[in-house]
Design a protein around this ligand. Structure first.
Ligand SMILES: Nc1ncnc2c1ncn2[C@@H]1O[C@H](COP(=O)(O)OP(=O)(O)OP(=O)(O)O)[C@@H](O)[C@H]1O
Ligand SMILES: [Mg+2]
Length: 580
């Protein structure tokens, strides 16, 4: 007891002494012995136990050790990413059967659209869903006319999580993480035990490759069950088929809604969709222009974090700090690099891998103090105002459509563009809250509406200023539908299932500005419409009384019938000419 109390006292003393010092970095932080936990209050059960035992040791008995560090060491081992996501399937959007069906279709269609666009091909996509096993299981097949996948890559793409072509590039695409389609295959395998079937052809002169694949979840690697060359009716493209336990339903959050909205945001693509029940639906393309190619960009220095900068310097074993900055970040010229080095007090020609942590941190701080051009906006391809309106027309039977595409902006060094659109009137319900349609890189976001920056931004707009009703802090009420699209080289999703956009202030500000601009257009229209309605009302009153004025004048002035008709005609002409 005395011994431990002594340690605690010494520790406190040392703590006080150390608090006088200042520390430059974590490495300089003093190592302080951990306080003796036995000095703390005993837990309630332990106190009770000791109370029963009585004596002066009450409240101080050490809890019985259940494991030792050695025992723990035998249990500690690497966790395969596939095993992790098997347990955490909700993170990937597989937490209930209807969502699992939607996520599977979405992952396959997103990949198909990405592949076609990267290859400069107008996408023709088929989605076929068939019920198997009495409606508890579904077979999903998605066929595209994209560039196809080379044979050697097929097993890794579909049978290994965190494997893809988009994660390391900073360019607008639907996919980002390299998990999507393999996770869908893994979910199918877990719930039905059936493998994925992939058929892909890269050119007409070659046969298609067909694979039956499973994921070895323990090792996160593909298991090829069957491999063959087959004939197919198409020249190039990929067909992905898998079976999963799922639920098909119509209405909000359904696959039907997803396909319809995907057609809205991708007017250059055509879709043929065969649901498990009902008719096949065809969504023809309404534009033959492919979206402008989004250029790949390097990260902008304003968005870089210290760890990333350290990694860049470590990787650049040769060369100079100036060269490392210019080669790894966008908008860093030799002049900008020299300015950063000067501000940081580091030689521009110094070897980057030999910088001390303090020097690297000084460079990191100096980056923020130097004026660097905004990132290039050609890594982002928005839909465009006209096509946003065309998309809204496709989805909503309204009277009026307005849209706005904002100029490019930047969050954490990533360029992005926000677009908004409004449909108003027509058959939209007048007494319910606005329908909100969310897109990120042309992909409809159907779940987690409440957690998304788009919804919050739409609620933040003062819709009353534009002639609409709006309960406090909520969406406007009226015959209105609101669309918001975020296009970015990296969309900050709140989770791996990519369903809600994170609340970065820069992003939310742009969303509000885009919606406000649409709101202003709508407001002008609503007030013009009100003025017109008022004018019509007054006109109708006056028109009602013209014949009576005619009769009164005839009687008072003794007019003939023909003269009375002329008076009526003249009064009408006068009314039509003059604004009321
Ligand atoms: N239909 C396809 N045609 C051509 N390439 C494809 C196709 N489907 C997938 N790929 C390739 O396989 C890779 C892995 O796809 P996957 O869906 O697992 O990840 P991702 O699309 O990169 O990212 P995310 O996890 O965000 O979807 C893609 O990056 C792409 O290179
Ligand atoms: Mg994908």
């Amino acid at each position: 007891m005395v011994r431990h109390g002594g340690v605690a006292r010494k520790t406190r003393q040392k703590d006080e002494d150390q608090s006088q010092l200042s520390f430059e970095s974590l490495a300089d932080f003093p190592v302080v012995p951990i306080k003796d936990l036995r000095q703390e209050e005993p837990s309630a059960p332990a106190a009770a136990e000791e109370g029963a035992g009585g004596g002066e040791r009450a409240g101080r008995k050490r809890p019985e050790r259940r494991v030792t560090a050695e025992m723990l060491a035998t249990r500690q081992r690497e966790i395969s990413v596939a095993e992790f996501f098997t347990k955490n399937r909700h993170l990937l959007g597989f937490d209930n059967p209807s969502r699992a069906l939607l996520t599977t279709v979405k992952e396959a269609v997103d990949n198909a659209l990405d592949a076609c666009e990267e290859a400069g091909i107008l996408p023709d996509i088929k989605v076929i869903i068939t019920a198997t096993n009495g409606g508890e299981r579904f077979r999903v097949e998605v066929i595209d006319n994209g560039p196809g996948i080379v044979k050697a890559q097929i097993p890794k793409i579909f049978g290994k999580l965190l494997y893809g072509s988009k994660f390391h590039t900073l360019r607008q695409a639907r996919g980002q993480q390299g998990i999507g389609i393999s996770a869908a295959g893994m979910y199918g395998q877990l719930t039905t035990g059936t493998p994925m079937v992939i058929v892909s052809r890269i050119r007409q002169s070659l046969p298609a490759s067909r694979f039956l694949l499973r994921i070895d979840t323990q090792h996160n690697r593909p298991e090829i069950l069957e491999e063959s060359l087959v004939d197919v009716a198409w020249d190039h493209g990929t067909s992905v088929a898998l079976e999963l336990e799922a639920l098909y339903k119509k209405g909000p959050h359904s696959v039907d809604e997803y396909v319809e909205l995907t057609a809205v945001a991708n007017p250059h693509a055509s879709f043929v969709y065969t649901p498990p029940e009902g008719e096949t639906a065809a969504f023809e393309r309404t534009s033959r222009a492919l979206p402008p190619e989004a250029r790949e960009m390097k990260p902008h220095p304003y968005g870089v974090e210290l760890g990333m900068l350290l990694a860049v310097f470590q990787a650049a074993r040769r060369g100079s700090v100036s060269a490392a900055l210019q080669q790894n970040f966008s908008r860093v010229s030799a002049k900008v690099a020299a300015e950063i080095c000067e501000k940081a007090g580091v030689g521009a020609h110094a070897n980057p891998s030999r910088l001390t942590p303090q020097q690297a941190e000084a460079v990191y701080k100096a980056i923020r103090e130097v004026k660097i051009m905004a990132p290039p906006s050609n890594s982002v391809a928005p839909i465009g105002e006209e096509l946003v309106q065309a998309g809204l027309r496709r989805k909503f039977d309204a009277d009026y459509y307005f849209s706005c595409t904002r100029p490019p902006a930047v969050y954490r060094g990533n360029p992005f563009v926000i677009e908004a659109g409004i449909a108003f009137g027509g058959s939209l319900p007048a007494d319910s809250s606005a329908e909100i349609v969310r897109f990120a890189n042309r992909v409809p976001l159907l779940y987690q509406k409440g957690a998304c920056a788009i919804t919050e931004s739409a609620c933040d707009v003062a819709w009353r200023n534009y002639g609409l009703q709006q309960p406090r802090g909520a969406l406007p009420v009226g015959p209105i539908a609101v669309l918001v699209h975020m296009a970015s080289a990296w969309v900050p999703f709140t989770s791996e299932s990519k369903e809600a956009i994170a609340h970065y202030p820069e992003i939310m500000k742009e969303m509000r500005l885009a919606l406000q601009e649409c709101g202003r257009k709508l407001g002008m229209h609503i007030s013009a419409r009100r003025r017109q309605a008022e004018a019509d009302r007054k006109r109708s009153y006056i028109e009602k009384y013209i014949p009576h004025i005619g009769i009164a004048l005839r009687e008072m002035l003794g007019l003939q019938e023909a003269q009375e008709r002329t008076v009526n005609e003249n009064l009408k002409t006068l009314l039509e000419k003059r604004p009321v």
